[in-house]
Design a protein around this ligand. Sequence first.
Ligand code: PEP
Ligand code: MN
Length: 270
Amino acid sequence: HFNTMQNHLDILPKEEWLNKDQKPYYIFGPCSAESPEQTMETAKQIAAEYPNATYRAGIWKPRTRPNNFEGAGEQGLDWLKSVKQETGLKISTEVADAHHVEACLKAGVDVLWVGARTTVNPFSVQAIADALQGVDITVFIKNPIVPDIQLWMGALERINQAGVKKLGAIHRGFHFHNSEPYRNLPRWEMPLEMMGQYTNLPMICDVSHISGKPQLIPSVAQKAMDLNMQGLMVETHITPEKALSDAKQQITPSSLKKLIDGLILRSPTA
Ligand code: PEP
Ligand code: MN
């Protein structure tokens, strides 16, 4: 029975999980958890405006070049746990292997995502799928860094075949040697093709990794909403200029509020 799952994903209706308390679905928080204070203070400011948002913070950071900040590691899960207890926000982080998945499940992480550097590798995706076998958790799959739609589809199918039914995709743009003015070219036709292939697949736009700079974020976010995507991921940091990763693209919680207030959202009946 090869290929029986092709172009079919067994996903729960998004009104039952993704858009239960919020529409659009928001994932806000820093690129990386850097310290207990930075993790908590950013979360408190986000929770004050968006209590139904999911809080993001990278714990294990896959940096392109070595000798950069590689993430706080497992201690960061304790910081995220405190965020969940004190603010009530749902917590999320990136997983790249089975050990990450197990540590997150133990810590009560609500939402996992597979990063763009992992989606390209079916061995890694399958190891994550095996660790998620039969687990009831929300998982998002970022598009691979290269514009290969089959890899993106394959990763979604592997995780879905493990039994994950709260499943969505994140569009974070595609890497080209020169993609100015973007950090990663959006190539909007690719997420649109995914939304056509799997009509029940939620699509979240990671506006930060597409834009690479705050100035581009509003237009990218508006475009995602105009294309009827289900939500936004925005990297948010209390002091972006001091961030240990992706300092150039992160915005403050007050800039985040301006961004969201400025969006023109489709009416539910449109
Ligand atoms: C991130 O979300 O901080 C990240 C590393 O993203 P990506 O996998 O899309 O590069
Ligand atoms: Mn980042």
